[in-house]
Design a protein around this ligand. Structure first.
Ligand code: FES
Length: 168
């Protein structure tokens, strides 16, 4: 059983079935299928991976092995506020890795994970197109320029305060 509820899993099964009907059963179609599943759900749900395996005549382990080879596939849902750390060359060169580590500590999750309250997920991404502002962090659509590890906690506290204000 995955992290989805039974009703969610059933809905995913139906949607994945419709999606798979558009693809041949050739193993070479695996990557496009996985991309399509992730575009639909925002991640690769366990149940959908099993269906993909059945569709292509492969094992779950083989599917997982291929998917986990690529950084851009994720196995947990996105949080309500997806946090993305750019790890393109420009951001990497000016300390993006340290900011990413600070984010892991601050959110208490690893890259590819989601917080228990499902508010935040954390991913590393390739260049987001504003290298002059490196290192760049994004939360949802908002860009946080010239990030440092010390700015991470401040950004998270401010965001949580904004969230509380909105919920009042
Ligand atoms: S490398 Fe980070 S914005 Fe281009």
């Amino acid at each position: 059983m995955g992290i989805e509820s039974e009703a969610e899993e059933q809905q995913m099964t139906e949607e994945t079935g419709k999606l798979l009907a558009q693809f041949e059963t050739e193993k070479s179609g695996l990557i496009p299928i996985l991309q399509s599943v992730q575009n639909t759900f925002g991640y690769l749900p366990e149940a959908a991976m099993r269906q993909v395996a059945d569709h292509l005549g492969m094992t779950d382990v083989q599917i997982y092995g291929v998917a986990s080879f690529y950084n851009h596939f994720r196995f947990t849902p996105l949080g309500r506020h997806p946090v993305q750390m750019c790890m393109g060359t420009a951001c990497h060169m000016v300390g993006g890795g340290l900011v990413l580590e600070a984010l892991e500590r601050s959110l208490d999750i690893q890259v590819g994970g989601i917080t228990e309250d499902k508010e935040f997920s954390l991913d590393r991404v390739a260049c987001v197109g504003c290298c002059g502002l490196a290192p760049v962090m994004m939360i949802g659509d908002k860009i946080y320029p010239k990030m440092t590890s010390t700015k991470v906690d401040e950004a998270m506290v401010n965001l949580k305060m904004e969230m509380e204000e909105k919920s009042d």
